[in-house]
Design a protein around this ligand. Structure first.
Ligand code: TMP
Length: 209
């Protein structure tokens, strides 16, 4: 295999502290890190993100197709070229979010989601995925305390977020080599330390291949 940079993705239910942890890890790994997000990450994909987050009445299938379109653009324009240039890419949400949100929550067949994910990414998969896990009621309480603006999905009822978490826990169980479940009820410093430990473990394992 041609050498390329490491591809790291972050996932989690709302209020898990993902944005903070993505930024802290990027800072810890140094200046040559490309930090990006889904849906979004390029001008076209960010326009799709706006549509996705602000359109009421959107069906799960439309969500899936919009996400796939944004992802195809993002992978081709930004993620793959950066990895090929041997840069580390950290992406705030990626394909596991589609399984959790459009699959577990939206009820779309998981095989179809895997197929579309494969088409949109051209087969690119993350090297390591961190799922910041916590009970959704704690995540939503944290958001209420922070009084941040809530988008279309963040405003969904608790049951929605429970399903999303179920999807993420399934991903963690089925791909243990790639997906690392991190207890996000811990303090931000403890979560950051756990992420660094897992990242270094991953790097040391690569030396043996
Ligand atoms: P964010 O709040 O983490 O920026 O993510 C934006 C929203 O998009 C979040 O509510 C989850 C949702 N989403 C999906 O529903 N499916 C996906 O595949 C992705 C990447 C995000």
């Amino acid at each position: 295999m041609v050498q390329r940079g490491t591809f790291i993705t972050f996932e989690g239910v709302e209020g898990a502290g993902k944005t903070t942890q993505v930024q802290r890890l990027a800072t810890a790994l140094g200046p040559d890190v490309v930090l990006t997000r889904e849906p979004g990450g390029t001008p076209v994909a960010e326009r799709i993100r706006d549509l996705f987050l602000t359109s009421d009445g959107i069906t799960p299938m439309t969500e899936l197709l919009l996400i796939a379109a944004a992802r195809a653009q993002h992978v081709d324009e930004l993620i793959r070229p950066a990895l090929e240039a041997n840069q580390t890419v950290i992406c705030d949400r990626f394909t596991d979010a589609t399984v959790a949100y459009q699959g577990y929550r939206g009820g779309i067949d998981l095989d179809l989601i895997h197929q579309l994910n494969h088409v949109a990414t051209g087969g690119l998969t993350p090297d390591i995925t961190f799922i910041l896990d916590l009970p959704p009621e704690i995540g939503l309480q944290r958001q209420q305390r922070a009084e941040t603006h809530r988008d279309r999905l963040e405003s969904e009822p608790l049951e929605f977020h429970r399903k999303v978490r179920e999807g993420y826990l399934f991903a963690a169980k089925s791909e243990t080599h790639r997906v690392k479940l991190i207890d996000a009820t811990q303090s931000p410093d403890a979560v950051h330390a756990a992420l660094l430990t897992e990242y270094h473990k991953y790097l040391s394992q690569q030396k043996f291949f």
